[in-house]
Design a protein around this ligand. Structure first.
Ligand SMILES: Nc1ncnc2c1ncn2[C@@H]1O[C@H](COP(=O)(O)OP(=O)(O)OP(=O)(O)O)[C@@H](O)[C@H]1O
Ligand SMILES: [Mg+2]
Length: 277
């Protein structure tokens, strides 16, 4: 049994876009869920479906017939083709597929960064791209953590300063303490004063994860976070993502690694912008 499978106890599920099982991980109580001290200035849609006991059964994340066309000559590029998916709170989802199949596009559309050409993205009852732009920005800042395919660490800022960036607009008076805590989660508090160029590739990846989790997001979107790393660095990053998942965070991880995909409890395979059956 691989490290990844033994570490993560959740069941593995293949591409399924229909109604989902209950989340495999405990859901954090609201006080631990990374809610900002400044509440979002709007409420989720009030019309979830109800289960037999009256409980809310709507999916946490729902992509409904999402198509994304990048404009260009000859009709542009069809990057996502009528994708429908439901993802439950606390799921750890691996997104796999060949280069160009639409994985990064799916993350940016889901991450409130890039509107679909058609279709809807609903998260926690909010129809994202129908929110006013400033509310969409608040949503992204307060609920989402991103680890990009290129880590995008600012080379002239220290690890600590890079991790502080998502808190720039926060009114918290504990920003530095929170950033040091996030560096502690990835085991790098002792490197807080180092510039990215003074860190190894794996350490840079972990700083990028610290930056993604410093605002305690409910949803973590990670795009090939271990691209060029060695096995040990990959393992530590997957271990970290697994532990965040076990704490109730919803994680979408784009990866080419079969081992990483097996760490997740669900796999979604894209092919030519479609969810492959
Ligand atoms: N900004 C853009 N403008 C035009 N076409 C784009 C743009 N971004 C991506 N594409 C195209 O959309 C398709 C999907 O790209 P995407 O980056 O989502 O693929 P991917 O699955 O993440 O690939 P990789 O594994 O190589 O990162 C590709 O054909 C790509 O060339
Ligand atoms: Mg990509």
């Amino acid at each position: 049994m691989s490290f990844f499978r033994s570490y993560h106890k959740g069941p593995v599920r293949e591409n399924v876009g229909e109604a989902q099982e209950p989340p495999p991980h405990p859901v954090l109580p609201p006080t631990q869920r990374g809610q900002s001290s400044t509440p979002l200035p709007y409420s989720p849609s009030p019309s979830p479906e109800s289960g037999p006991g009256g409980e809310v059964t709507r999916p946490y994340i729902s992509l409904q017939q999402v198509t994304k066309v990048y404009p260009g000559p000859d009709g542009g590029v069809l990057a996502l083709n009528n994708v429908s998916l439901d993802i439950e709170r606390g799921e750890f989802v691996a997104i796999v597929g060949p280069s160009g199949s639409g994985k990064s596009t799916l993350l940016t559309v889901l991450g409130a960064m890039s509107p679909p050409s058609s279709g809807r993205v609903i998260i926690d009852g909010l129809d994202l791209y129908h929110l006013p732009p400033e509310q969409l920005a608040d949503f992204r800042r307060q609920r989402m953590g991103f680890v990009f395919q290129q880590q995008h660490l600012i080379p002239y800022l220290t690890a600590l300063e890079n991790v502080l960036l998502p808190l720039a607009l926060s009114r918290s008076d504990q920003k530095t303490a929170r950033a040091i805590d996030a560096l502690g989660v990835v085991g790098l508090e002792h490197r807080a004063g180092h510039l990215p160029g003074q860190l190894s590739g794996g350490e840079q990846g972990r700083v990028a994860i610290a930056r993604a989790i410093v605002n305690e997001p409910l949803i973590i979107l990670a795009d090939e976070p271990t691209g060029n790393l060695d096995a040990a660095a990959r393992e530590s990053i997957f271990q970290l993502l697994c532990s965040l998942s076990e704490k109730g965070r919803t994680i979408l991880l784009v990866t080419h690694s079969a081992e990483a995909a097996s760490a997740a409890n669900r796999r979604i395979s894209l092919q030519d912008g479609r969810v492959a059956g």
